[in-house]
Design a protein around this ligand. Structure first.
Ligand SMILES: C=C(O[C@H]1C=C[C@H](C(=O)CCC(=O)O)[C@@H](C(=O)O)[C@@H]1O)C(=O)O
Length: 269
């Protein structure tokens, strides 16, 4: 593990299998952390896995200014991490919010990307109307977190329809996800919602057709919303594969970790 000073912000990075030749940089989702990727790293002993705590998450600092959470700021941070770790080219994996960041980074720095893997991720919202409405919802959610506290938010969050399939997970797995969420800081989550929520980021839909590097889209068959988004993305991407994992929802890496790791390993090799 390492704490890097990235553009004035203490940023936590965890690295597994350091001696491996191939590198996978992995970005967690909203309420996640580097711990999201611990089991994947153990399942891929021949791949160097570098996980980064996104701004306001895990052990990475929480900036005061909401503008510091923006997509542009976070992709500049990622580029600074990559530079400090002296990586040239690598496979970039992002889950959900981390997938939105990964896609935005790949569009901005395509020369860095060997392959892009997006798990249950979107290129953002197409219209300003959709983005404005989403910003209102995300801001309302941020207010609820501030007024009702983290535990109340986590109780509600783990019960949103998107995570319905997680209810059939073993109790220890559900507890692991819950513990990761409860370890977050209120200011970190609210800043993330307000600064890089789905409604805040620019739409990347119009940039998909320009991408030349290979893109792997992974969605769970029980996550209809993001399966549909992936199908729409596939129609616009030049060099793309969309893999669906049966009986899995949004968080495939926890709902079917073995199949997820196999997909990643086969894609990397
Ligand atoms: C509820 C929706 O959007 C949120 C759901 C998924 C994203 C995420 O990162 C969740 C990770 C997790 O808790 O496992 C999150 C994001 O992209 O920031 C969205 O706010 C929805 O229906 O789109």
């Amino acid at each position: 593990m390492a704490k890097l000073m990235i553009r004035g912000l203490e940023t936590y990075v965890e690295i597994w299998n350091e001696r491996a030749q191939q590198t996978l940089v992995a970005l967690h989702g909203f309420t996640g952390s580097t711990a999201t990727w611990r089991n994947l790293a153990k399942a891929l002993p021949h791949i160097r896995v570098i996980a980064i705590d996104c701004i306001g998450h895990g052990q990475t600092a929480v900036p005061e200014e909401i503008s510091r959470f923006s997509m542009d700021e976070q992709i500049q941070d990622l580029e600074e991490v990559i530079s400090q770790l002296r990586l040239e080219q690598f496979t970039l994996l992002g889950y959900s919010m981390g997938g939105r960041i990964a896609l935005s980074y790949a569009i901005a720095y395509p020369e860095r990307i060997k392959r892009l893997i997006l798990e249950s991720a979107s290129p953002g919202l197409r219209t300003s109307q959709e983005r404005s409405e989403r910003c209102v919802r995300d801001n309302e959610l941020a207010e609820k977190i501030i007024h009702n506290g983290l535990q109340s938010f986590v109780n509600a969050w783990e019960n949103i329809p998107l995570f319905e399939s997680q209810k059939s997970l073993p109790e220890n797995v559900r507890q692991m996800i819950r513990t990761e969420r409860l370890s977050q800081k209120v200011e970190g989550l609210t800043g993330s919602l307000r600064g890089i929520g789905t409604g805040n980021q620019p739409s990347n839909w119009m940039s998909l057709a320009q991408l030349e590097f290979p893109v792997l889209l992974i969605t769970g068959t029980l996550d209809e919303k993001f399966c549909k988004i992936a199908q729409e993305m596939k129609a616009l991407l030049k060099n793309v594969k969309h893999m669906t994992v049966n009986n899995a929802g949004h968080a495939i890496h926890v709902e079917n970790p073995a199949e997820f790791a196999t997909i990643i390993e086969e894609y990397l090799t």
